[in-house]
Design a protein around this ligand. Sequence first.
Ligand SMILES: Cc1ncc(COP(=O)(O)O)c(C=O)c1O
Length: 321
Amino acid sequence: MKEIGGFFELNLKKNNKYPYADGFHFQSARSALYSFLKSENIKEIYFPRYICNSMIKPLELLNITIKFYSLDNSFNPIIFDYNNEYILYVNYFGICDVVIDSLLLKYPSSQLIIDNSQSFFSTPRENCAATIYSPRKFLPVPEGGTILTTKELNYTGQGTTSINALSALVKRFEEDAQYGYNYFRKASDELNNISCNKMSKLTYYLLNDIDYSSYSMKRKNNFIYLNEQFKNINLLNINEDLSPLCYPLMLRYKVDILKEKLISNNIYVATYWLDAINRIELDSIEYNIINNTLFIPIDQRYSIQDMRIIVKIIKDNYDKK
Ligand SMILES: Cc1ncc(COP(=O)(O)O)c(C=O)c1O
């Protein structure tokens, strides 16, 4: 029976803007992958060495044999003895659409799982087995993972919004990042409770009320500006027509000091992914990405003016190794 009276709820409008509404919506990208692997009863898979441990967890839970592959200098997977296994490929930092298109020509598309968690604005390619998104890495939402696939996936429970994730968003809105960070960490840890539960209603409503084209345009403008500033020193050769996760700036040496400089100026740069370090080889591209690359934030909250501040700090400290 309908509830009448009592205290008020949030009043969110039911909009229709989420570009991946056709997918299955889980609590995280790792849960989306878990549900897919489980329902397809997958026994072995080619998987990148260079990926966060959170995406390996679903494979361990399902006892799937992992065939790890390395990357070449252009982010192509190096795979020998291919025998029609599933392959998961990450669209690294949102700059690897070209690799995805070449993989679709090289391998059976029905065996390719594209992880667009770092590439929210990359459109899913037709015919691949599945495409995964993790909207919280790009957008102000508490959690969520969407998977697009023609297979039928089942939910086993309703979604609930993590109070920690919500607190992180609210704290950062009311105050500063440092106040919400503990909640954010706790919420990220909670996502390790992998399940086939649905995305929360709150997240889904928020995802449907975002001005995606303006968000994408702002990222693109910031990205183009940074590439103009850094393309002569960046060891990565990057196509400009993108709205990726960040601007990855790979240098010839470790970026620890530059990172510290940026962080001491309240510019928070991530590291992707220290937890992969034991799986990769010294001096490989993966090693250089972890150690020698700055991941500069370019998201919709920031303007070219903000990018100029970042560029100045990097250029002023460029030769400090
Ligand atoms: C490439 C990639 N895929 C998937 C994930 C997991 O996403 P989620 O936190 O939504 O499970 C991550 C997390 O860091 C990631 O970097």
